[in-house]
Ligand binder design. Structure first.
Ligand SMILES: C[S@@+](CC[C@H](N)C(=O)[O-])C[C@H]1O[C@@H](n2cnc3c(N)ncnc32)[C@H](O)[C@@H]1O
Length: 294
């Protein structure tokens, strides 16, 4: 997961999805004409989405955009790769689920700013098991009246493929904790209801919360495999001489598991052993009420 250069080369699907979301949503947020706003990107990874997709969508009045990530490697890479855009764009290392947020670099910076006006997060929050603390922290990082646009994976055949692999005696020893890498709402029968409940518990007013299906066709099977393997938490545990077999087995399971997502996948695509990545994501637009003082 923490391979910034490789990830930035293999995230075409995420970039396509974020571009679509920003095209539709960036202009819907309330941007101030008078105030120089401060914006945060939670779980920015290698910073390419922050610098190349988010920053150009922000009004020129935005005085600072902060990308932050739990991974020091990601933050180091992002800061070096986008140094030319500093100090308007800067990167900090902090866990969004930190129990003592004010003591972290992000918490301290937010205090100096008196809070962020906007928070964005793309494809990061489903990695965070402690949703309650993460959402409460996002709420506390915002100014009263501040808005957040959050995009996270709800479900994907990739995770079913992990479980199928975990049940395979050949791979089970490397994947005993497969369930701890599942998106938090994967097993929910109503992800919108469950995520909305967490958002409300954190203190947010919800303007929109929905599940959308997304698919992206990679040019080749190799591109598809590279993109899924860069995020695969188990591959590095597998001895090098077995890694190709592991990847091939994963791809076979993935094709099989796609069949369970018939609303996302046409029968025709299933039959073609195609190179399409599928997931459903949760997209939400929330606001911190004006009366909030947390
Ligand atoms: C799939 S990458 C997404 C990167 C980028 N937002 C994008 O859209 O390409 C997920 C990122 O979330 C980060 N992440 C995971 N858990 C986190 C946490 N608790 N706090 C902050 N970042 C986290 C990971 O380190 C990783 O860089």
């Amino acid at each position: 997961m923490y391979q910034p250069t490789l990830y930035a080369r293999s995230n075409a699907a995420q970039r396509e999805s974020v571009s679509r979301v920003l095209r539709e949503w960036a202009g819907r947020l309330r941007w101030s004409r008078e105030e120089q706003e401060a914006v945060l990107d939670v779980g920015c990874g290698p910073g390419d989405v922050t610098a190349q997709l988010l920053l150009p969508r922000l009004p020129s009045s935005v005085r600072v955009l902060v990308g932050h990530d739990v991974s020091e490697e990601m933050v180091r890479h992002a800061a070096a790769a986008h140094a030319a855009l500093a100090p308007r764009l800067r990167f900090l290392c902090t866990d969004i689920a930190a129990r003592d947020l004010p003591a972290t670099p992000l918490g301290a910076f937010a205090q100096q700013l008196q809070g962020f006006h906007k928070v964005f997060s793309f494809y990061a929050l489903h990695w965070v098991a402690d949703q309650r603390t993460a959402l409460r922290n996002i709420h506390s990082l915002l100014r009263p009246g501040g808005e957040a646009l959050l995009l996270l994976v709800a479900n994907a055949p990739m995770y079913d493929a992990h479980i199928a692999m975990q049940n395979n005696p050949r791979w089970c020893d490397f994947m005993q904790d497969a369930y701890s890498f599942m998106p938090p709402y994967k097993r929910s029968t109503d992800p919108v209801k469950d995520f909305s409940a967490e958002l409300q518990q954190a203190g947010f007013n919800i303007h929109a919360c929905k599940v959308e299906n997304f698919s992206y066709r990679y040019p080749t099977m190799q591109d598809f495999a590279d993109s899924t393997m860069v995020l695969n938490p188990f591959l590095k545990r597998v001895p090098e001489e077995l890694q190709t077999t592991f990847i091939n087995d994963f791809m076979t399971e993935y094709q099989r598991e796609k069949g369970k997502y018939m609303s996302m996948v046409s029968r025709q695509e299933l039959e073609r052993n195609d190179t399409t990545l599928y997931h459903s994501h949760l997209l939400t637009h929330v606001e911190k009420g004006n009366q909030d003082v947390s």
